[in-house]
Ligand binder design. Structure first.
Ligand SMILES: Nc1ncnc2c1ncn2[C@@H]1O[C@H](COP(=O)(O)OP(=O)(O)OP(=O)(O)O)[C@@H](O)[C@H]1O
Ligand SMILES: [Mg+2]
Length: 364
């Protein structure tokens, strides 16, 4: 799929601007703090209904303005698609092809993107939260069923944790098994989908990593806990585990088992990347995971996602930059950088120079 046109109104530092994107490589360039990442963030927002960087949408509204508006015209294999988000201080309105959608879930995944920025190092070096967030967002973009199950799971989990904190033992004895049953059911659905996804992701990331390192390193992604059997069986086993951990959970005041605690192990040449890999290795591993994500979107929806590369070229060594550019040929790519000429090696592209929240021309 291709974003043809992106319109920003009172979004971050943009007052009003329209971007016309080319089908392949688009390069947003300009000095620091001009609005390159803001533009990339807007595209991502239309894909997921969520910002990359923040929790509160209100930060997306240009200071002093009442609401922000992001609109895009997208071409997909099923035809033209228009997406729009209007963001107010305390609410937002989402539109698909001009029709208001009530549930954020129905907005999610109409357009798919893969976002890569230097911050993605966290995916490798940080704790489990980052990897779970990656998995959840990535799977949700192609499966609303997964996104819905995740939402329900999180709600029940909050209820269960609330109950654990109250420490009302008679209430707990009565209602906890009811919550546990539901929790186990949604957890099993999530676990099965993640298991399938991770298997595919691991295979593709391994392949991408071998490509980027000329076969010098081997990357593997493994679940830190294995769920065996079918969904029913997993639900039963998890129900048992929840029951068994009740006492401990009560003591701690939160739920200690389930997919909200699971992690993905990232191994480079068989060793845990978190403990020992270099910055460059971590960057390459994260990039491999993102390139794998591109392939998964492609094979699941028959359509290429929009690849957003925010400020990553300067961090990669020369051969890797070239390899990356070769690899993303054929995809629509929105790349940001401070100096277009230093990263492109004359590759054909649509250059857009940004200054103070405005497009001030193309050229280098
Ligand atoms: N809600 C907002 N209202 C007004 N300005 C904002 C808002 N949010 C962010 N900005 C401003 O937008 C500017 C540009 O941010 P952005 O992250 O897009 O820069 P960039 O061009 O990617 O720079 P860099 O090269 O440093 O990454 C920042 O100076 C920031 O202060
Ligand atoms: Mg930036």
């Amino acid at each position: 799929m291709v974003v043809k046109k992106l319109t920003l109104q009172n979004f971050r530092n943009y007052e009003r601007e329209t971007f016309a994107f080319a089908e392949e490589l688009n390069v947003l360039f300009g000095k620091n703090a001009q609005g390159k990442t803001n533009c990339a963030e807007a595209v991502f927002y239309l894909c997921t209904g969520a910002s990359l960087r923040i929790r509160h949408d209100r930060q997306l509204i240009r200071r002093g303005a009442e609401c922000a508006r992001i609109g895009a015209e997208v071409s997909t294999r099923y035809g033209a698609l228009s997406l729009e988000a209007v963001i107010f201080e305390n609410k937002r309105e989402l539109f698909v092809n001009g029709n208001r959608v009530r549930r954020a879930l129905d907005f999610l995944g109409n357009m798919n993107s893969v976002f890569f920025s230097p911050g993605e190092l966290r995916l490798i070096l940080d704790g489990p939260d980052e990897r779970r967030r990656f998995l959840n967002l990535s799977i949700s973009q192609t499966s609303r069923e997964y996104a819905a199950a995740l939402l329900r799971y999180q709600r029940i989990l909050e209820q269960r944790n609330g109950l654990l904190k109250e420490r009302d033992l008679s209430l707990i004895g009565e209602t906890l098994p009811v919550w546990d049953e539901q929790l186990a059911r949604y957890a099993a659905g999530i676990a099965v989908r993640r298991r399938e996804y991770l298997k595919e992701l691991s295979r593709l990331a391994q392949e991408a990593h071998a490509y980027l390192t000329d076969g010098a390193e081997e990357l593997s992604l493994l679940p830190d806990r294995e769920y065996r059997g079918d969904e029913e069986g997993i639900a039963r086993a998890l129900f048992g585990e929840l029951a068994a951990s009740r006492e401990r959970d009560l003591r701690l005041g939160y739920t200690t088992v389930g997919p909200h605690r699971d992690d993905v192990k990232v191994l480079i040449d068989g060793a845990d990347a978190r403990g020992y890999c270099s910055q460059g290795q971590a960057r390459t591993a994260a990039l491999s995971m993102k390139l794998a994500e591109v392939e998964i979107f492609r094979s699941l929806s028959g359509e290429s996602p929009v690849l957003i590369l925010d400020d990553v070229m300067s961090e990669l060594d020369l051969p890797r930059r070239k390899k990356l550019l070769d690899r993303v040929g054929g995809l629509q790519c929105i790349l940001t950088c401070t100096h277009a000429e230093r990263v492109l090696y004359g590759a054909a592209c649509n250059k857009i120079r940004i200054q103070g929240g405005k497009i001030v021309g193309g050229g280098a």
